[in-house]
Write a protein that binds this ligand. Sequence first.
Ligand SMILES: *Cc1c(COP(=O)(O)O)cnc(C)c1O
Length: 422
Amino acid sequence: MKTAQSEAWFARAQARIPGGVNSPVRAFRGVGGVPRFIARGEGSRIFDVDGNSYIDYVCSWGPLILGHRPACVTEALLEAMETGVSFGAPTGREVEMAELIAQIVPSMEMVRLVNSGTEATMSALRLARGFTGRDLTIKFEGCYHGHVDSLLVKAGSGMATLGIADTAGVPAAFAGTTIALPFNSIAAVEKAFAERGSEIAAVIVEPVVGNMGCVPPVAGFLEALRELTSRHGALLIFDEVMTGFRLALGGAQQRFGIKPDLTTLGKIIGGGLPMAAYGGRADVMQKIAPVGPVYQAGTLSGNPLAVAAGLAMLRYLVAHPEVYETIEARSAQLTAWSPPGVTVNRVGSMFTFFFGEGPVTDWESAKRCDTARFGKFFHHMLERGVYLAPSQFEAGFVSAAHSEEDIRHTVEAAREHFAGTL
Ligand SMILES: *Cc1c(COP(=O)(O)O)cnc(C)c1O
């Protein structure tokens, strides 16, 4: 496989962009080698600058549930471009977007649009503090909620990949407002509430974790979070930036039947453009400026292009519920076999092949995986034209554009790897 063009771009990139990338995990540090520079995408595939083609299971890290360049999104973008790309004044489509979100995710009675998942979680957390008059947050080890100062404590995704437990640059006072507990441990959450319940503003959780690899909640865990937060006057925040519109149209909260107080959305909601949202109980959301005292703003929030793309995406999903059956069936096909020494976790169309004996239920068990073995698997798959996330601690995504043939090729390539290593 030729990589000369990617190598040339990467050399240039490293001189002017830290690590050569605009987001750390793209740099392939978790697996070694040179990141592929992508020229274009179409359906289930991406094509790099050397002309290699790959079946893409990263899907822009989640947003592309319909694959690359779905006609509905491209058409909506072209049309929106004709009328202007930004006004900094309200538009009707933002209202339609808020109404549609409330319809799809009923717990989100009111919604604010922002530009990234990080902004959404940062704002939801500030709102929870403003609403409760409390400072502390419970989060879970291995969950990633964007690069919000106080949430970069024992975080997943790139922090897990690079082995950074707690980032430099976060004042101890900020990190001190966060209580990090093991995911899936009801006892740990009960203990924290027993000790400091009256100081806890919110529990924030990825209801199905994607950012230490895919880790589902054990039975009763989400229910316990709901019960404990309610009992102690804290808010429950579901960070559905990854799971929203992915695990079901109405996200993990629909799939598991739990109603959080606040929800953050991102990724799929923007149809591939930078957009995210937070929302929830109307009495809580009414605390946001200009109606309430909690300040949050954004020059490009509700950007017309992003809203047009997102609306087109969500309307398509509403009109085509069979998408969820398709991607679930394809994902089941992809994970219906167990390579030796590998634990396969899957919920809906999110999956991870953990290179270790399972079960993988939290960060302790995830981090025991053999990342070197994963790296070899990753590069074998890349050579065979399959683009997986370049880290053991990320979820893969199946889109509606992935064909049975794509999945068959992927499984064949994977089997070949394991046959070769036995
Ligand atoms: C991706 C992600 C974020 C951060 O979103 P950005 O748009 O990258 O800032 C937050 N929470 C979860 C669960 C995510 O998967």
